[in-house]
Design a protein around this ligand. Structure first.
Ligand SMILES: CC(C)=CCC/C(C)=C/COP(=O)(O)O
Length: 204
């Protein structure tokens, strides 16, 4: 037993205890019989709005339909962003192996094997990444921009309310998604630095 725990150790253990306590308190839609159980179907709809499959299929569909070079470039980078996100989240989940909260019901739409782990929240990373991507590459009126940010925030909150995640999983997910956009922006794929990708696409 460690009789002289460091300040950092105590701080981390306290943060973890607060995280678990707060996450349990906020998990008001974790089951049909929970205090906000009636809102659960709405939360599950939100869950699908941030799932990887609709985003990947939607991006591939738009990529096939796109007939402008500029549109294709943005969509190709959106696809790269989604794949990078899946890869990084799976890698971190596999390394950290934090169990999902005990009150979670594992009834999620299509999951990968690493999705039995909860750190970080893949929905939170995607919400932050996609909203930053959309805000930077789509010309939207202010109310729509506000809606995009609101969607990301509510999606993150819904992960804790559904009991899928602890607060720190979502907070780190937001941070990671935000940073992932910076990586995508830095490595931006274009016909100049990745001609093969764009040539393949224009062969049709
Ligand atoms: C099957 C594909 C393409 C993606 C899985 C998406 C998914 C289920 C992520 C887990 O999200 P949370 O970590 O927020 O629960």
């Amino acid at each position: 037993m460690d009789l002289n725990p460091s300040f950092l150790g105590i701080a981390l253990r306290s943060l973890l205890a607060i995280d678990l306590w707060l996450s349990k308190k906020l998990g008001v839609c974790a089951g049909e019989s929970s205090s906000w159980g009636s809102v659960r179907p709405l939360m599950k709809l939100l869950e699908i709005s941030g799932h990887g499959i609709p985003w990947l299929l939607g991006t591939l569909y738009c990529l096939c339909r796109s007939d402008s070079w500029a549109g294709r470039e943005v969509l190709m980078n959106l696809l790269f962003a989604l794949l990078l996100d899946l890869l990084l989240v799976a890698l971190i989940k596999g390394l950290v192996r934090r169990r999902r909260p005990a009150h979670n019901q594992m009834d999620m739409f299509v999951t990968l094997s690493v999705d039995k782990y909860s750190f970080p929240s893949g929905h939170a990373t995607r919400a932050a990444l996609m909203s930053r991507f959309i805000l930077n590459h789509l010309v939207l009126a202010i109310p729509l921009r506000v809606l995009v940010v609101l969607w990301a925030f509510v999606l993150g909150l819904s992960r804790v309310m559904l009991g899928r995640h602890n607060v720190t999983d979502v907070a780190f997910g937001f941070f990671l998604g935000y940073m992932q956009y910076s990586i995508v922006d830095y490595c931006w794929l274009s016909p100049h630095n990745a001609p093969v990708l764009f040539l393949l696409r224009s062969q049709r």
